[in-house]
Design a protein around this ligand. Sequence first.
Ligand code: ATR
Length: 286
Amino acid sequence: MTGGMYLEKRYAVVGNPIAQSRSPEIHLAFAAQFGDVIEYTKHLVTLDGFGAHAQAFAAAGGCGLNVTVPFKTHAFKFVDECDDAAAAAGSVNTILFQPDGGSRGCNTDGVGLLNDIKYRHGVDLTGASVLLLGAGGAAAGVVLPLLNSGVAQLMIANRSKDKALALVAKFETIFAQKGVLSALGLDEIPSKADVIINATSFSLTGGSVPLKPSVVQGAFCYDMSYGKSAEFCRWASANAAKYSVDGLGMLVEQAAEAYWLWHAKRPNTEAVMTQLKRLMAAPEHG
Ligand code: ATR
């Protein structure tokens, strides 16, 4: 079977759960900007079913997949080759199925975060001290881009410190500059950082903000969660952060980077942010 049997180029996002994903709306809005005709659907996949699903999607002519929780590591293992960001993170959020039958994995999360912070919010990370909360898959995906953006300090703080230590050990082998990276337990967080990024899933697991209010005072706070789950963003705002934003911009920017990889076109992300905010404010979407 080849892609030739379909009139539209086919893409999908794969996850479990997946109902909450905004990726179809975002990619279809990008496509509309260029008059591109694409299909983009959501696929709920069983926890052990990622490889078979991706294989079947490619065999049926699928051109690309976005991958979300909990399959980014599965996707990394699945692809034939990957870009540097994916290799460093051990995690893939965008797959390109190539005409020769091969698959290439990329990770656009880091670029998405950096573009949102730098260009939408106007924050220059050069020389900044950055506190990254969390050491799971979401955190791993953004460590290298943060290091490459010229931060003076990147402190990775995690509930289980051993995971933060493991992440630091891994990136120290790739990032030559010494003394920038450090691992902390949640009880070792210093009183101040310029930028604080929440990459934990505490708001999804029913936990509470893993930080003292004094730490966020005067800091630029970024929550990689968005919408209802952006509890850290709201909490930081209520506790005198200088500026506190949710991760909707990162979501749109990582999608724009995936769109670039698939279609070689750079969409207008600001227009799609506006559309998405309107959609999410509608009572039926919350
Ligand atoms: P993701 O892909 O979203 O990063 P993950 O790999 O399961 O998911 O990582 C979840 C992260 O959120 C981890 O850093 C986790 O801390 P532990 O490594 O100690 O488990 C963190 N996390 C989840 N619930 C939390 C809570 N209630 N308080 C603090 N950290 C929490």
